[in-house]
Ligand binder design. Structure first.
Ligand code: AQP
Length: 333
């Protein structure tokens, strides 16, 4: 069955292996299926919920497009655009924020994590982030949203907002309730320095993540320094429960090879980490080095990247404008 796919990535720099294995790898597979209509958005409005340097932001927007293409997304077969270029996203977010409830947003764990202890100082944008995300998805009648595990709660909120709008205005099925597409295994890649923390762009230590622009030598070095534990590699899934770093590294290895955790465990059971890390570095470098090289090459082709964004903008504008127009009629404007 054909799917309408929508997903976004924030142009906040340092796109990493977690973004790739948790989301972008899935985008590529969905994009390769001829039956699917795919929209991939550079969500720059989301990015400014925390302070961004204007020059860096501009560069990061292009780098996100370059990353999409370098990872294998075909811009001819999907719509790639920046969120800020299409005004319907901001407007849709406002219209939906009048339907969403404070209580729902108060439950969002990502806000709690990102705002930290001093919630009063967090931007309103950071708090209402999931409403903008709901607008992004709902404007295109998306049926499926490929995301990492950390976005599951926001997707559930998006479904609640869609249903509430449909019920409140008595417009059955006006907004489709989209399904999350979350990888069954390896949907949450953890930091190389702490297996209990998500691999993240904003983590200060660069050694905590593999950036998609890292070259082979850097990858090998980061894996060498990745945190492990003193035991040999486990012989069963059960043993991994209390060993987050071993679980994460074996997960990365399995995901890169499209294999399973059980297979990786039997390949390395009883071996020491140095042997496993050597193999992991080899696989990582083989898969990621070509992507890193391609991103760097594409970053010298600014016109090509800008044309992708312009073409995507035209297509996204047309679809979202019609949806907003219908929302206006329903609401009574
Ligand atoms: N560690 C991760 N494991 C699996 N999936 C991940 N994603 C992010 N981190 C991981 C998924 O990547 C997609 C794009 O993410 P984003 O650009 O919207 O930003 P994010 O989730 O805020 O990424 P970071 O790295 O975690 O940024 P900071 O440091 O700002 O918190 C999403 O589908 C996400 O699930």
């Amino acid at each position: 069955m054909s799917k309408k796919i929508f997903s976004g990535v924030q142009p906040t720099g340092n796109l990493h292996l977690g973004n790739y294995l948790g989301a972008i790898k899935n985008f590529v597979e969905l994009n390769n299926d001829l039956e699917n209509d795919c929209i991939f958005c550079v969500v720059d409005l989301h990015a400014i919920t925390v302070k961004q340097d204007p020059k860096e932001l501009k560069n990061n927007i292009r780098e996100t497009v370059a990353t999409f293409v370098a990872c294998g997304i075909n811009p001819k077969k999907s719509i790639i655009f920046s969120q800020s270029s299409v005004p319907a996203h901001s407007e849709g977010a406002w219209l939906l924020s009048c339907v969403a409830r404070m209580g729902w947003l108060n439950r969002m764990t990502q806000f709690k994590e990102k705002a930290g202890k001093d919630k009063e100082k967090a931007s309103i944008g950071l708090f209402s982030y999931p409403v903008l995300m709901a607008a992004d998805i709902l404007l295109y009648d998306s049926t499926h949203v490929p995301v990492g595990e950390d976005q599951k709660q926001h997707l559930e909120l998006c479904r609640d907002i869609a249903q509430r709008f449909n019920n409140e205005y008595k417009v059955d099925n006006f907004f489709k309730t989209p399904e999350p597409l979350i990888q069954k295994e390896f949907s949450r890649i953890m930091s190389l320095k702490d297996g209990t923390k998500k691999m993240s762009k904003s983590e200060l230590s660069d050694l905590s993540r593999i950036n998609l622009t890292d070259d082979k030598d850097l990858i090998v070095n980061k894996i060498k320094k990745a945190k492990t534990d003193p035991l040999p590699l486990p012989s069963s899934l059960d043993e991994l429960r209390e060993r987050p770093e071993a679980k994460n590294l074996l997960g990365i290895y399995s995901s890169l090879l499209n294999s399973t955790m059980s297979k990786s465990i039997s390949e390395f059971e009883g071996k020491n980490f140095s042997e496993f890390k050597e193999k992991l570095s080899e696989v990582l470098a083989e898969k990621m080095d070509p992507i890193s090289k391609e991103i760097k090459k594409l970053m010298n082709e600014k016109r090509f990247l800008d044309e992708i964004l312009l073409d995507g903008y035209k297509k996204a504008y047309e679809i979202s404008f019609l949806k907003i127009k219908k929302m206006h009629e329903i609401i009574g404007f």
